[in-house]
Design a binder for this molecule. Structure first.
Ligand SMILES: Nc1ncnc2c1ncn2[C@@H]1O[C@H](COP(=O)(O)OP(=O)(O)OP(=O)(O)O)[C@@H](O)[C@H]1O
Length: 519
């Protein structure tokens, strides 16, 4: 502060004998030097003319409080910690708040060099660079505290003569804010879980375990975007169910969702299945041509199930469509633009397949913008009872029966590993409802692969009063369902084990309405 900041201006003309220069710095004055003045001192300009007057009492007071002792007592009233170092880094001042916040007695560090007392302290950087540092939040791990430091260089005539750091203990505020954020997150998760549950009941989807609701809420979030989604999960865990949910909650819900099971299409037909062809494009082609899945899904969603089974050559073609937004229809000169959202699903470790060069890395990245994992039934055991009752009701209705679930079967269900997941449970309940001739089914009615069957005389009890044709179909369906469970829903293995051609196999699935064909 300068003298002119506190002087009372003088309007008359008078040249004094002695006065204080109006540019004098108050801090540089000494109280004893002011004793030569009376009650007032004259203030003079550079030519020695009186330009004002100052009250000596006030001036002496201000000179006094600028001594370090007074400053000390003021700084000591601060709740903020203050530390000051000189040009060499020696600590010449710190207040009690500093000592309290950082839990260091003053005597331990006063007079020491900051480089030894606190190596790596930010104030050293400020001393060396002259650039101030302000931080909203700095964590002190050893004390589990947060501070918000403001560190300034002290300069005189452009030279750095020291640095001062002022910081507040913000631990309570930061922790409170963190609590609030956490509470919001919990509320948000809760809200999402409620939304997920509402969505499930709307779509007749079963599941209330936290793991499954998490998957459902992720699906609902991603549904609102246009991002490609890769759904991962074991066979029969419900990947297609999640894909449908994404489609039904997206802006494309009024357009079709077309499902392609990449494993079910023979390699030589896959291109025409995807892109379609013009009439007469090749021998055996339909006269009117055929639309491919991309065209059918235009405006909507294309769900590529078992993407890991897509032939490598086809992967390149798919990638091109994703990059250009156009398809090359067989037999057509001009490319056809398509607007399709892609959802892919796999039960194979695609990352490993990429490493083994069995799956294109560029396509993998393109598909895997968002990844959703569907938990296996083992990972959500609390849903097992729900599913069991849900399917029991469904198949009792379908087969006009009123079979109940015995407690021993239910407890077996909870302990079983369900390698084929929801589909296996569904097939198992359907099988049991078909086979059961009693009011409630016990373990003996479960598909044989799940348990060691009790030895029985061949054919005993096989006749149940129905025609041979009906009995054969019932048995055939049960065998397919059982094999589906045994091979965890892997259709290729089931086909092989049952000695069926791909065509016959899919025809039988259709005929018996076995729910695993992605059509
Ligand atoms: N949450 C659920 N609620 C009701 N049914 C479900 C649920 N999840 C799966 N399912 C049923 O389980 C069966 C298998 O589901 P889905 O076809 O979606 O599995 P997936 O993982 O796509 O199978 P795959 O690996 O064979 O392609 C279907 O009949 C489906 O309706």
């Amino acid at each position: 502060m300068k003298i002119y900041d506190i002087m009372k201006p003088w309007e008359g003309e008078w040249i004094p004998e002695r006065g204080i220069d109006l540019n004098s710095d108050i801090q540089t004055l000494r109280a004893v030097d002011l004793d030569i003045y009376g009650a007032r001192a004259d203030v003079t300009d550079q030519e020695g003319r009186k330009v004002g007057e100052v009250d000596i009492d006030i001036l002496k007071y201000l000179v006094d409080i600028s001594t370090s002792q007074v400053l000390d007592s003021i700084l000591d009233k601060f709740q903020e910690g203050v530390i000051a170092i000189d040009a060499r880094g020696r600590i010449f001042y710190l207040n009690h708040a500093y000592s309290k916040i950082l839990d260091i007695p003053i005597r331990k560090i006063i007079g020491k060099n900051i480089r030894q007392a606190e190596p790596g302290a930010e104030i050293i950087n400020v001393l060396e660079t002259g650039i101030p540092i302000t931080k909203q939040k700095q964590y002190i791990k050893t004390l589990d505290k947060y501070v918000s430091p403001k560190i300034y260089p002290m300069k005189e005539n452009g030279q750095i003569i020291g640095a001062v750091s002022i910081f507040k203990d913000t631990t309570k505020e930061v922790k409170l804010k963190e609590e609030v954020v956490k509470a919001n997150e919990i509320a948000m998760n809760f809200k999402r879980q409620i939304e997920a549950q509402q969505e499930l009941s709307k779509l007749e989807i079963v599941g209330k375990s936290t793991e499954y609701l998490k998957t459902v809420s992720q699906a609902l979030i991603v549904a609102k975007t246009e991002a490609s989604v890769l759904i991962k999960g074991e066979n029969g865990s419900g990947k297609e169910v999640i894909a449908k949910m994404i489609h039904m909650n997206s802006g494309r819900k009024d357009h079709p969702m077309i499902t392609v099971n990449c494993a079910a299409i023979p390699e030589n037909l896959i291109e025409s299945e995807f892109f379609g062809y013009e009439g007469g494009a090749f021998t055996g082609a339909k006269a009117k041509g055929q639309m491919g899945k991309f065209e059918l899904a235009n405006g909507g969603t294309l769900f590529l199930d078992e993407i890991g089974d897509m032939p490598f050559s086809m992967q390149a073609k798919l990638l091109r469509v994703l990059q250009t937004g156009e398809i090359e229809k067989i037999g057509r000169q001009k490319n056809v633009p398509v607007n399709v959202r892609l959802i892919a699903a796999t039960n194979q470790p695609l990352e490993d397949m990429v490493a083994e060069k069995k799956f294109r890395q560029d396509l993998y990245f393109r598909l895997n913008i968002v990844e959703i994992n569907v938990p296996s039934l083992r990972q959500r055991r609390e849903d097992i009872g729900l599913f069991a009752n849900y399917y029991l009701q469904k198949y009792n209705q379908q087969y006009q029966k009123s079979v109940a679930l015995s407690p021993e079967v239910l407890s077996f269900f909870y302990s079983y590993s369900w390698p084929g997941n929801v589909r296996e449970l569904q097939n198992c309940v359907e099988y049991a409802v078909i086979m059961c001739t009693e009011d409630s089914f016990g373990l003996e009615y479960l598909p044989p692969h799940m348990l060691q069957p009790a030895p029985s005389k061949e054919g005993e009890g096989a006749y149940r009063g129905e025609s041979l044709k009906k009995a054969v179909s019932t048995f055939e369906k049960a065998v397919i369902l059982d094999a589906m469970g045994k091979f965890k829903g892997n259709r290729n293995e089931v086909m092989q084990a049952l000695g069926l051609s791909r065509r016959t196999f899919y025809r039988k699935l259709k005929e018996y309405e076995i729910n695993c064909d992605k059509k």
